[in-house]
Design a protein around this ligand. Structure first.
Ligand code: ADP
Ligand code: MG
Length: 590
């Protein structure tokens, strides 16, 4: 055996394996260098997903002749001023990107430092040419052709052009979100993909990348603890996606991928979002450099926090707070969609049938509806009743306005000062009951009410078994069950909020169902919320129940004072508001 020192180019090719995983990584490294060079404009041009060509040009401070030569040496950097790896204020610091990329591709750098002459240099598979005078304007342009041509093994791992292009776009988008003051442009095969003018407004940049929807349907986040600050925007629960892909974290201006964020988001949105749906979130964490280690991964995509628990609680706390504050907001996307569907059905002809004489069945229904409303046991808080204004006009000034009608036995039509509001009574009441459950749980535990005679519910053996295993948890939620022979349970007590409302055997069956389908074992808290949410559903006023004006108004007033009332427990909106001006537009009055 003979140990030998590897030649420089081979060392760089090995490093390239880690630093430059694919075209997107090369683009990211080059654009980061441009950011570090103080550029205010970065233009990126790629061809074939970046496989055949990547060009990154900037208007940054550029390089002089000697720096240009040194920049291509391994571990040569202008960015680490001292010896302290915990004192990093630039995107780069490892001095690895340029030599790594140069070792596996054909590279050309053209650059000019202000007040100096321009220079260019070419490198192929790590072989450096001599710097030559150039006519480049100030700033730097780096062209990379045939990435990985020098390492055929890696070349084989390239995905389709489209996949590589999408990855490039994602990398550029992340950097652009982190640096809104910099103008970014990305073109792919000559077609413009991103064109982002620089802006001082972080939200504007986010909206340009994540969509107008996000700009309009997000809550602003601001929190501080000691010398750590968290800012950013969190999407309303009614704006959700099928994957966690749209959750972004930036640490000291650096886009990072950290599972920590996904966990925090899950915890914060736990009871406002449907299972399997994910919110859109962009958060910026700024903390003293020594609180975070960025030297974890060659691609600098991961970080390690000195105190991850505190970061977690800061993020969860801030998100929860914002969701609480924004409780009454629901996505404008919902009312936008409503308007569109009104517009789509713009022309209709009255059908003959609508003039037909009223049939006897219809007459019966009419007579029914003319009968006085029966009072539904809404069990609304007395304070809410007291708050319900006796006069009509003051009620108009409430955000959800004064109830005017109930239609299809589930939708409350209310009028406020701005226009009209349509409330889904079941979804809304479900949220109210749920929030009251949570409030009770936090204060003195959930109130329960014993049943005079226990209700026996027949189930299959297995669901009965798993339900009984959870009996202690259910007891904490106000639901007391005991075994009753095999395959049945006896319900001894139910939460007081459900008394007189819930169909107990249906509730028990639903709970058993849910437990059977819940394959997650993570966290009692999450599970309790899931169970509570099911109970709230059973305890809420059903669609199909007629409400009188007082009850409807009481429901509206309670929604206004209940946190997170803009969404039901499954993330659907509980109400839709249409502005009078929009209604007038529908009628061509404006
Ligand atoms: P690092 O960014 O970690 O320092 P790189 O290999 O990416 O390592 O770059 C090496 C050096 O080249 C940088 O430290 C910087 O001085 C110089 N450099 C690279 N790109 C640019 C650029 N676009 N503008 C000015 N200087 C650059
Ligand atoms: Mg760099």
């Amino acid at each position: 055996m003979r140990i030998r020192h590897l030649p420089e180019t081979l060392i760089n090719q090995i490093a390239a394996g880690e630093v430059i995983e694919r075209p997107a990584a090369a683009v990211k490294e080059l654009a980061e260098n441009s950011i570090d060079a103080g550029a205010t404009k970065i233009e990126i041009d790629i061809r074939d997903g970046g496989k055949s060509l990547i060009v990154v040009s900037d208007n940054g401070h550029g390089m002089g002749r000697d720096d240009l030569i040194a920049a291509l040496d391994r571990h040569a950097t202008s960015k680490l001023p001292g010896e302290d790896l915990l004192n990093i204020h630039t995107m780069g610091f490892r001095g690895e990107a340029l030599p790594s990329i140069a070792a596996v591709s054909r590279m050309k750098i053209s650059t000019r430092e202000q007040g100096d002459e321009a220079w260019e240099i070419e490198i192929a598979a790590g072989k450096k040419g001599d710097p030559a005078p150039s006519s480049h304007p100030s700033g730097t342009k780096i062209e990379i052709r045939d990435l990985f041509y020098a390492t055929p093994a890696r070349l084989k791992f390239m995905k389709s052009e489209r996949a590589e292009y999408m990855a490039v776009k994602d990398s550029v988008s992340r950097l652009a979100m982190a640096a809104p003051h910099i103008a970014f442009r990305l073109t792919h095969d000559g077609a413009s993909s991103l064109n982002l003018p620089g802006t001082a407004d972080a939200r504007e940049r986010l909206a340009a990348i994540l969509g107008r929807d996000f700009g309009e349907n997000s809550l602003s986040i601001k929190a501080e603890r000691e010398n750590i600050s968290l800012t950013g925007y969190a999407g309303l629960p009614t704006l959700h996606r099928a994957t966690m892909q749209y959750q972004y974290l930036f640490v000291n201006g650096r886009p990072v991928r950290d599972k920590l964020l996904n966990g925090c988001v899950r915890a914060a949105y736990m009871d406002v979002l449907a299972q399997g749906r994910h919110p859109v979130v962009a958060l910026f964490l700024d903390l003293p450099a020594e609180h975070v280690d960025v030297n974890v991964h060659p691609a600098k995509l991961e970080v390690r926090f000195r105190d991850p628990a505190m970061i977690r609680s800061l993020i969860i706390g801030a998100l929860k707070h914002a969701l609480h504050q924004g409780g009454m907001q629901s996505s404008t996307a919902a009312s936008g969609a409503a308007l569109q569907s009104f517009q789509r059905q713009g022309s209709f002809r009255p059908q003959a049938a609508s003039y037909a004489p009223v049939s006897s069945a219809a007459r019966h229904a009419l007579a029914e509806s003319a009968r006085p409303f029966y009072t539904v046991q809404m069990d609304l808080a007395p304070s809410a009743r007291a708050e319900a204004p006796p006069e009509e006009s003051p009620a108009l000034s409430y955000p959800l306005g004064a109830a005017r009608a109930q239609i299809h036995e589930n939708y409350i039509i209310a009028q406020n000062e701005e226009g009209l509001v349509i409330v889904d009574q079941h979804a809304a009441h479900e949220r109210l009951v749920y929030e009251r459950f949570k409030a009770q749980m936090e204060e003195r535990g959930i109130e329960k009410q014993g049943l005079l005679t226990p209700e026996i519910v027949d189930l299959d053996e297995k669901p009965a078994q798993s339900l009984l295993e959870l009996a202690p948890t259910l007891a904490r939620l106000g639901l007391e069950i005991e075994p009753f022979g095999s395959g049945a349970v006896a319900v001894q007590a139910i939460p007081a909020l459900l008394a007189g409302r819930a169909d107990i055997s249906r509730l028990i069956r639903d709970l058993a169902d849910e437990i059977a389908h819940d394959d997650h074992t993570d966290g009692l808290e999450r599970r309790m919320h899931m169970l509570l949410s099911t109970m709230a559903c059973h305890g809420s006023v059903r669609s199909g129940r007629r409400l009188n004006a007082e009850e409807m108004n009481a429901l509206l007033r309670q929604m206004e004072t209940t946190p997170r009332a803009g969404q039901c427990n499954h993330g659907r909106p509980t109400y839709i508001a249409l502005k009078l001006s929009d209604i007038e537009k529908l009628f061509g009055r404006k």
